[in-house]
Design a protein around this ligand. Structure first.
Ligand SMILES: [Ca+2]
Ligand SMILES: [Ca+2]
Length: 360
């Protein structure tokens, strides 16, 4: 028996030879001929010898996870190869064997790199899979669910995407690089997702002193989910400590900022902190608006984003009245500054945010 992808070396008796030249071994004939000597055919044949060569196809080796996977920090991804009973599996990371054994068709990957698996079947033939490249993000993805009152127009557990619907309205670069945020992060998008409601700015703060630790601008999707510009679910923070706890502040251009009512412990596999389920999910008293269907969202109308809804916010609105586009005075995020925006400001006027999130 010989594997199809191997070479056959035949020791030829000096004078007696008969070759079976069927199709399946014909391609090997060229190799064999190299052993011939010119005077071989001149000798008399007095017998025959038959070599039976069985060509066995190598096993197919496939890592079913696909060409790439992402391993959460501190977590793992189980890679799975096609199962062949009795076969031996050899898992490799960047070409170095990291695990091997019979029927070992899974491997728990914890490190970044290029994974392949070589499968050797019971006949001794082997095949090597295409690589699965595993990446480990350079930070923690902290997920949230957030609704904005102004964009929660019709309920249904989803916000509007009116800004994204008109190309060029939502900037591709994060917009929090001006006062009062003055956040200089370079988060940007190559294109605006059609299900994007707007940008939000998320801050991790010390769990006891509330001092700022790290900021990240991220994409707020219409379903309330926060998505990092790198595509991860959640906002990616790179300096937070695994196992440590932080409060998180959620800021939006013209809504009142909120903070998590409890600290969140950082890990590689975090579940979303859902602000929408109860007003108490926001630190302080009545810091969110009851929406039309029992959910909760950030209060609209803080057009200067300082954490207090006053006449100063009205003045921003009035100064942009009838304007179109990406405007602070567009409290309901429909791309037009109009009376409906004033109405949102008016019902929330005099609201005061907790001191931890206010700019004054
Ligand atoms: Ca204000
Ligand atoms: Ca509007």
């Amino acid at each position: 028996m010989q594997c199809k992808n191997g070479l056959i070396f035949v020791s030829l008796p000096k004078i007696y030879l008969s070759m079976k030249t069927n199709t399946s071994i014909f391609s090997l004939l060229g190799i064999i001929v190299l052993f011939f000597t010119p005077n071989l055919y001149a000798q008399s044949c007095v017998g025959t010898s038959t070599i039976n060569i069985t060509i066995s196809a190598p096993p197919t080796a496939t890592i079913t996870n696909g060409a790439s996977v992402t391993i959460p920090i501190g977590g793992n991804v189980v890679l799975t190869a096609n199962a062949i009973s009795g076969a031996t599996y050899e898992w490799m990371l960047n070409g170095t064997v990291v695990a091997s054994g019979i029927n070992l068709n899974t491997y728990t990957a914890t490190q970044a790199g290029s994974y392949t698996v070589e499968i050797t079947n019971a006949a001794g033939c082997s095949g090597i899979s295409a690589a699965t490249v595993a990446a480990v993000p350079s930070g923690f993805n902290v997920p949230f669910k957030i609704f904005l009152q102004g964009a929660y127009a019709t309920g249904g557990n989803a916000m509007t995407t009116n800004l994204a619907a008109t190309a060029g309205t939502i900037p591709t670069a994060q917009p929090y690089n001006t006062s009062p945020w003055n956040y200089s992060g370079n988060e940007s998008l190559s294109s605006i997702p059609s299900n994007m409601t707007d940008w939000v700015l998320i801050e991790a703060v010390n769990a006891t002193t509330y001092s700022l630790v790290e900021s990240r601008a991220a994409v707020l999707l219409s379903n309330g989910s926060v998505q990092d510009v790198n595509g991860a679910t959640g906002a990616t923070f790179t300096t937070l400590a695994n196992g440590s706890s932080y409060h998180f502040i959620i800021r939006h251009r013209n809504h009142v900022a909120v903070m998590t009512s409890t600290p969140i412990t950082i890990s590689g596999t975090m579940t979303a902190y859902d602000f929408t389920t109860a007003v108490t999910k926001a630190f302080g008293t009545n810091q969110m608006k009851a929406l039309s269907d029992g959910r909760f969202g950030l209060l609209s109308g803080d057009t200067n984003a300082n954490g207090i809804i006053t006449v100063a916010d009205y003045n921003v609105y009035a100064g942009q009245s009838s304007q179109f586009g990406y405007r602070a005075g567009d409290c309901n995020l429909n791309r037009t500054v109009e009376v409906a925006d004033f109405n949102q400001y008016q019902v929330n006027a005099s609201h005061i945010a907790i001191p931890q999130v206010r700019y004054q």
